[in-house]
Structure formats: structure tokens, C-alpha cells
Design a protein around this ligand. Sequence first.
Ligand code: SF4
Length: 154
Amino acid sequence: MAENHKNLKRVQAYGILVLVEAFIANLLAVIVLMQRSWILAAGYLLVCLIGGGSIIYAYCAKCPCRDGQCAHVIPGKIASILTHRETSPYTLFEIAVVGIAVLLIYGLPLLWLWGYPIVLVSFVLLMALASFQAQTVLCRNCSNIYCPLRRGVS
Ligand code: SF4
């Protein structure tokens, strides 16, 4: 029991680190975009907000880990407090919503970071590091039996 708790805390520390890395990548993208246009930067922030909310509603709200077992801590808490969805397998539509949201949040910045090689490399490295840690640590310790990303994870 104590061992399980210790492992959960270790996984959650990684989960928070992954969120921080993704946040820094987003922040870099917003800072660069602000230099071009405040309106575009505000638009991208809105995309992040709506995309993040969609992921929490379509995915985290149905996740069996959301109550206290969430690897990223914060999305699970938000889903528990703000939504009351039943835990059940994801529909194709929900998976598509999550895929599109992730694509927009992390794909859109590539359009304007091309002119800023150092920021572009930092953005890609941060996202690659976050994905690697998520796949190697978080997915392996996650008990969301409905998540398609867990397939093939031992
Ligand atoms: S573990 Fe569950 S609640 Fe936490 S971020 Fe992943 S899908 Fe959302």
C-alpha cells in the first residue's frame, strides 16, 4: 500500500514535469506570436483554452484515474470538480476531438516558429521530451484501461 502510494507520487511528479514542459513550449510560442500581433496571440491562447477544455471534457472526464490517481494531477482534479461523466470506453468522436485539439495546440505554433530557429528547436525538443516521458513513465503506470495509447504498453 505504502509502496503504491510512493509510486503514484513519483509518477505524479513526472506528470507535473511533463505539464511544465508543455506549458513552457506554449509560452515560447505565445511570446513569439505576440511580437507579430496581439490579436493572433490572443487567438492562439483561446485555441489552447478551448482545446484544453475539450480534452478534459472528452477524455479526462471519463478516465477511471481522474479521482486522485491522475498522473498530471490538475486535469483529473478539474474533471472531477467540473464534470460528472460516467467512466466508460471512449467513442471515436471523443478520440477525434482530443486528436484535433492536440494537433491545433502543438501543431499551429510550427507555422510561425519557422522564422525563429532557436525557439523552434526549443519548442520541438520540449515537446519531444514531454512525449518521451509520457510514453515511458506515465503510460506504463496509468490504469486508464480505455486509453488507446496504453495499447502495446507493458
Ligand atoms: S490520467 Fe486520466 S485524468 Fe489524468 S490527464 Fe490522463 S486522461 Fe486525464
